[in-house]
Design a protein around this ligand. Structure first.
Ligand SMILES: *[C@@H]1O[C@H](CO)[C@@H](O)[C@H](O)[C@H]1NC(C)=O
Ligand SMILES: *[C@@H]1O[C@H](CO)[C@@H](O)[C@H](O)[C@H]1NC(C)=O
Ligand SMILES: *[C@@H]1O[C@H](CO)[C@@H](O)[C@H](O)[C@H]1NC(C)=O
Ligand SMILES: *[C@@H]1O[C@H](CO)[C@@H](O)[C@H](O)[C@H]1NC(C)=O
Ligand SMILES: *[C@@H]1O[C@H](CO)[C@@H](O)[C@H](O)[C@H]1NC(C)=O
Ligand SMILES: *[C@@H]1O[C@H](CO)[C@@H](O)[C@H](O)[C@H]1NC(C)=O
Ligand SMILES: *[C@@H]1O[C@H](CO)[C@@H](O)[C@H](O)[C@H]1NC(C)=O
Ligand SMILES: *[C@@H]1O[C@H](CO)[C@@H](O)[C@H](O)[C@H]1NC(C)=O
Length: 458
């Protein structure tokens, strides 16, 4: 019998205690928008400016009472590619999307609209919304595609005014470039840096808010691993050669620089670098050893998006083949399979976790969107296809390898000791086998083992 991908990865998720504490807050079968009127909606449908099945939510962000949702223009018929829903409106769990900052910002007139096609956005702690605009329209429909230069667009979240629109200069954009992910180093609201990952060509474009300038950093760790390009999600097998994708930024270290944790999408490894080496191209080129390999998540463990919760120092990341979200404590010096924790895994609801964020009230947010089925097959409009999950970070990581409470360290040690005893017993009875057991199941074993140990000691 062939091992299923999930079983093959059990070692990675062994620390799981089957908690899966997240709640589904919103879910959609198909996306819909809050058009100015029902007439306008009908007109958009008739003119194919709105083609419901071509709309897929890709990125999310939460700030105060708004949840932002991006809908890239991968195919035609996307009326607005950056939207929000109001978290205070609890009248429905499938709310209509409201274009941000306005319908006008998305109007495809003769010239480039204000916002073309962002995949991910980031709200910084200085109340600015950073929008990384890929600039690509209908890239999955070659007969209809258009490409504008990618841009970094910044809005004031207090007023929703456009603060800045920075077109990434031509010499920093390569032929196959694709700008999908952005991390913002905002420890200083003036001297802020944004890091935009180029998933197509393996690079990071660094933008300085203070200087209003950008430059491109390259490193071989940004490239895909040719042995990690095959994927299998819900029966769809495909090969992607995606370069740098997940970029998570830590809070400031003692030297006031942050650590950027990153991985190419087609890779099993995690890497890191101090932002000291990203803030100057010459310094980066002269210090290629400053880019570190942290370790491997193991076979089948390709990850798309990632995010660091700066308060707990936990790195959250998706596992696309496993329909799961996992975590690693950045204070943990070893990046090993054993030290990865499982946050949530579900073959129905967590198919393609596409974005992960922690808001400023310590809640974790995850969006899943079944993207491979949308891309290579067809989503069933009678099923729920898109889901937003949430939970307080401390609940999400509780009883996982990322738990930050002292209780967990003691419990981990205890559980490991007992596991050694029980594994030893098990291996004597019949070979060993890995199982995922709720911690509470250990309690009777712990008590029993303690008595046995006392007995043996005598
Ligand atoms: C945090 O939560 C409070 C209470 O729900 C809310 O008023 C506030 O806007 C939130 N802050 C942010 C930055 O999201
Ligand atoms: C929606 O929220 C309001 C205020 O928070 C509350 O009074 C109301 O009961 C909620 N409605 C539902 C359907 O949960
Ligand atoms: C481009 O081709 C796709 C698929 O063949 C079709 O659905 C779409 O309507 C076409 N778009 C235009 C603008 O011709
Ligand atoms: C930033 O630089 C761009 C050109 O690279 C320029 O168009 C824009 O006006 C500048 N913005 C500010 C706020 O200086
Ligand atoms: C897809 O990949 C999985 C896992 O590698 C494999 O078991 C399955 O046979 C493949 N399916 C097809 C149709 O190739
Ligand atoms: C870091 O920044 C703080 C506040 O700006 C400053 O007081 C401190 O000297 C800085 N530390 C280093 C190592 O530069
Ligand atoms: C980058 O670093 C080099 C070497 O330390 C230095 O000569 C150069 O001035 C720096 N460039 C910028 C733009 O700060
Ligand atoms: C459990 O066994 C492993 C290897 O056999 C060992 O490295 C580890 O220290 C043991 N743990 C405890 C708590 O005894």
């Amino acid at each position: 019998m062939r091992l299923s991908p999930a079983l093959a990865l059990l070692p990675l998720l062994h620390a799981c205690t089957c908690m899966d504490q997240l709640h589904i807050l919103y879910e959609w079968k198909q996306l819909d928008y809050q058009f100015p009127s029902e007439g306008a909606r009908q007109q958009a449908l008739a003119s194919k400016e709105f083609v419901p099945q071509n709309n897929i939510p890709m990125g999310l962000e939460v700030y105060e009472d708004r949840l932002f949702v991006t809908v890239p223009r991968w195919r035609s018929g996307v009326p607005a590619s950056l939207n929000y829903i109001s978290l205070t409106d609890n009248s429905t769990s499938s709310p209509k999307l409201i274009p941000y900052p306005s319908w006008a910002a998305h109007a495809a007139g003769a010239s480039r609209p204000e916002i073309v096609s962002p995949f991910r956005v980031r709200a910084d702690r200085c109340a600015r919304l950073w929008v990384l605009d890929s600039g690509k329209v209908a890239s999955l429909e070659p007969n209809a595609s258009t490409t504008y230069p990618p841009a970094i667009i910044v809005y004031d979240l207090k007023t929703d005014n456009l603060l800045r629109k920075y077109i990434i200069p031509d010499d920093q954009v390569k032929q196959d470039s694709g700008f999908a992910n952005i991390a913002v180093e905002d420890s200083d609201c003036e001297n802020t840096y944004a890091y935009a990952g180029d998933v197509g060509k393996g690079g990071i474009v660094v933008y300085s808010w203070e200087k209003n300038e950008s430059w491109r950093i390259t490193h071989h760790y940004f490239h895909p691993d040719p042995l990690a390009c095959d994927y299998s999600v819900k029966g769809y097998n495909f090969s992607w050669t995606d370069a740098i994708f997940g970029i998570g930024i830590s809070g400031p270290n003692a030297d006031n620089f942050s650590t950027l944790y990153f991985h190419p999408m087609s890779s099993y490894n995690e890497f890191s670098v101090s932002t000291e080496y990203l803030r100057n191209t010459t310094v980066a080129d002269e210090n290629f050893n400053a880019f570190k390999v942290l370790g491997s998540r193991g076979p089948n463990a390709q990850s798309s998006v990632s995010f660091v919760d700066q308060k707990t120092g936990v790195l959250f990341y998706s596992l696309v083949n496993l329909n799961a979200v996992a975590c690693w404590r950045t204070s943990n010096k070893d990046y090993t399979m054993k030290n990865q924790g499982r946050i949530y895994m579900n073959e129905e609801t967590m198919v393609y976790p596409t974005d992960i964020k922690v808001d400023y009230n310590n809640s974790l947010w995850i969006l899943s969107n079944r993207m491979p089925i949308w891309m290579y097959g067809t989503l069933d409009p009678n099923e729920v296809n898109f889901r937003v999950f949430s939970a307080p970070v401390l609940d999400a990581i509780s009883h996982t390898a990322c738990d930050v409470t002292p209780r967990s360290d003691i419990l981990d040690k205890f559980v490991n000791k007992i596991k050694n005893v029980t594994n030893d017993i098990k291996s004597r009875i019949k070979g060993s086998s890995a199982t995922c057991v709720h911690t509470s199941y250990y309690v009777p074993i712990i008590v029993l083992s303690w008595f046995i140990a006392q007995f043996i000691a005598k």
